[in-house]
Design a protein around this ligand. Structure first.
Ligand code: NAD
Ligand code: TYD
Length: 348
């Protein structure tokens, strides 16, 4: 791998991955980051990278639903590996407006597969980033394994499931060298504050109410984003062709406990002039089709590739809260319309 296309590299996980790849990993080639800069894409997530890695980092503002522009990127940069993060990623948005999820997650992935196939002679690896949500919801016990049947319940997870099937089909039918990873909920620096953890951190800091859906007893398995990046790179380097790998954090937590933990850690950092931030918790109407529990069995990647998460929930959450407290400017810009205007001025 010398010319790696990373899609969605200005988003939360993609940006953390590019930082990891260039700053810390043993990857010696270049990164071509293709991102459409939707509301979730933020070039500031890669601040400093274009300057420090000017020969090895290239940014192209493009939509993966535009095959012509994508084709130009594959030709111009002689793409020989793909790490595909770009997606519409927020379940609540998929419930209100599923259209973009079908386009980006399914049609966009299909476009990338077609181009990878066209250049199959030089394609070393097509790695597809997916989610544990494709497996549906668990009861009180059990874990998702790589052989758990797909049972997606939201337009988001259904669109990701469709893209996973396309990727696998391109391997079986055309012999495209693929790997897929299905990961649990990520958290950490640069996450857009619509997802549970950054939303609750910022609302707690600002003294706003903390909206917990339903009874708050839904369970998610949390993984620190850098652990996910390590895992993806391990799979890209040494994963077996055509295989899928589950990635999890070994950190199951009920939402209400998670929110209380965040409140206590923010109290610890900022003090409690207005009383415990736990008082800000408000139970609100449940999300339709809300999956009850996700939990991952990641023994396959552990046994085959020697990966396991380095952070515990407690260490990862402390790091994440410290990051959001230290990056108020980033937060203010991401949350303001001014930021979107700036993006339009910079990139058209
Ligand atoms: P994100 O929403 O933060 O970022 C998505 C990025 O993709 C943004 O930079 C956006 O501009 C870009 N993008 C969206 N549509 C595009 C298009 N049509 N063309 C080009 N770029 C486009 O998402 P994330 O949380 O970083 O998730 C990245 C990937 O990881 C997704 O595929 C998601 O399904 C998967 N995933 C996420 C989690 C999680 O907890 N966040 C867990 C498991 C898997
Ligand atoms: P989210 O971060 O949206 O990730 P996902 O839906 O992909 O798991 O939500 C995580 C959990 O937190 C999920 O069970 C929904 C719940 N949730 C709330 O209770 N309140 C909120 O404001 C949000 C955004 C999520």
């Amino acid at each position: 791998m010398k010319h790696m296309l990373v899609t969605g590299g200005c988003g939360f996980i993609g940006a953390n991955f590019i930082r990891y790849l260039l700053e810390e990993s043993d990857y010696a080639g270049r990164v071509i980051n293709v991102d459409a800069l939707t509301y979730a894409g933020n070039p500031e997530n890669l601040a400093g990278i274009p300057e420090r890695f000017s020969g090895r980092y290239h940014f192209v503002k493009a939509d993966i639903c535009d095959p012509e522009t994508l084709s130009g990127v594959f030709d111009a940069y002689e793409i020989d590996a793909v790490c595909h993060f770009a997606a519409e990623s927020h379940v609540d948005r998929s419930i209100v407006r599923p259209d973009a999820f079908i386009q980006t997650n399914i049609v966009g992935t299909f476009n990338l597969l077609q181009l990878a196939r066209k250049h199959q002679d030089r394609m070393v690896r097509f790695h597809h980033i997916s989610t544990d949500e494709v497996f549906g919801s668990l009861g009180e016990s059990g874990f998702f394994t790589e052989t758990t049947p797909y049972h997606p319940n939201s337009p988001y997870s259904a669109s990701k499931a469709a893209s996973d099937h396309l990727v696998r089909a391109f391997h079986k039918t055309y012999g495209l060298p693929i790997t897929i990873s299905n990961c649990s909920n990520n958290y950490g620096p640069y996450q857009f504050p619509e997802k549970l953890i950054p939303l609750m951190i910022l609302n707690a800091v600002e003294g706003r109410s903390l909206p917990v859906y339903g009874d708050g007893l839904n369970v998610r398995d949390w993984l620190y984003v850098k652990d996910h990046c390590h895992a993806v790179w391990r799979v890209m380097q040494s994963g077996r062709d055509g295989e899928t790998y589950n990635i999890g954090g070994n950190s199951e937590m009920e939402n209400i406990r998670m929110v209380e933990m965040i409140c206590d850690l923010v109290d610890e950092s900022l003090g409690t002039p207005a009383g415990s931030r736990r008082d800000l918790v408000t139970f609100v109407k449940d999300r339709p089709g809300h999956d009850r529990r996700y939990a991952i069995d990641f023994s396959k990647i552990q046994k085959e590739l020697g990966w396991h998460p380095a952070e515990s929930l407690s260490t990862g959450l402390r790091k994440t809260i410290a990051w959001y407290l230290a990056h108020r400017e980033w937060v203010d810009r991401v949350k303001s319309g001014e930021y979107q205007e700036w993006i339009r001025e910079q990139y058209g």
